[in-house]
Design a protein around this ligand. Structure first.
Ligand code: PGA
Length: 253
């Protein structure tokens, strides 16, 4: 079943104390103000996962995500964190293939595929990110570019595995830039993604997949974006660091 989801990606922000304050505020606001059927996911930095998870345990709308995961199961991989570790501290979701990981950490399609497999094997729900850089958009190659990203990392998954994957479309030119995709640009790409997924898997799986939009989503533009037929929620960066803004985005459904 396609779900409405708003996920907050905190990236490398906040001290431990600040993180606890932020999550307590979000927890309160979501409990008191959010009435609709929406799943809220919070992705704090690794060291805060367990504490943030404990604070949100009593709120069944709130769920915990990691921002990254190792493609390896365990062993001598200094600095890495495995899917099993994430699962053991209460994470339910994991962001895979964010453009910052692809760009700064050189994560290629095959690595992302392995991360998907490792996460699925531990029962985590991957949020698989895709999205084109500005030059591809300007050259009118954005559909092909995103189609290729989906094909190169997802096509080796079985239908059963894919059923548990969420997609986030994040055009790189819209991330942290204040320049959001128009609701029409988002809808067009989301519909294209769904069509590609129906080719890679089947129409039912594609129909049921939640596809989130990410990139300068804020309380001012979320309503229009979420009103699009194929936009099932958002992956929120900057605005998820402010409890008021994040909650207002969640309430935009
Ligand atoms: P932004 O980031 O909302 O700050 O643009 C989105 C993301 O990178 O997930």
């Amino acid at each position: 079943m396609r779900k409405r989801i708003v996920a907050g990606n905190w990236k490398m922000n906040k001290t431990y104390e600040e993180a606890l304050t932020l999550v307590s505020e979000i927890d309160n606001m979501v409990q008191n103000e959010v009435t609709g059927d929406v799943t809220v996911v919070i992705a704090p930095p690794f060291p805060y996962l367990q504490s943030v998870g404990k604070l949100t345990q009593g709120n069944d709308k709130l769920h915990l995500a990691a921002q990254n995961v190792s493609e390896h199961e365990s062993g001598a991989f200094t600095g890495e964190v495995s899917a099993r570790m994430l699962q053991s501290v209460g994470a339910e979701y994991v962001i895979i293939g964010h453009s910052e990981r692809r760009m700064y950490h050189h994560e290629d399609a095959q690595t992302l595929y392995k991360k998907l497999k490792a996460s699925l094997a531990q029962g985590l729900t991957p949020i698989f990110c895709c999205g084109e850089p500005l030059e591809e958009r300007d050259a009118d190659r954005h559909f092909e570019y995103v189609g290729q990203q989906l094909h190169d990392s997802l096509s080796y998954l079985s239908n059963e595995e894919f059923d548990r994957v969420l997609i986030a479309y994040e055009p790189i030119w819209a991330i942290g830039t204040g320049r959001t995709a128009s609701s029409q640009q988002a809808q067009e790409m989301h519909a294209y993604i769904r069509e590609q997924l129906s080719r890679l898997f089947d129409a039912e799986a594609a129909y049921n997949t939640s596809i989130l939009y990410g990139g300068s989503c804020n309380p001012g533009n979320a309503k229009e974006l979420f009103a699009q037929k194929d936009v099932d929620g958002g992956l929120i960066g900057g605005a998820s660091l402010k409890s008021r803004d994040f909650t207002d985005i969640i309430k935009s459904f």
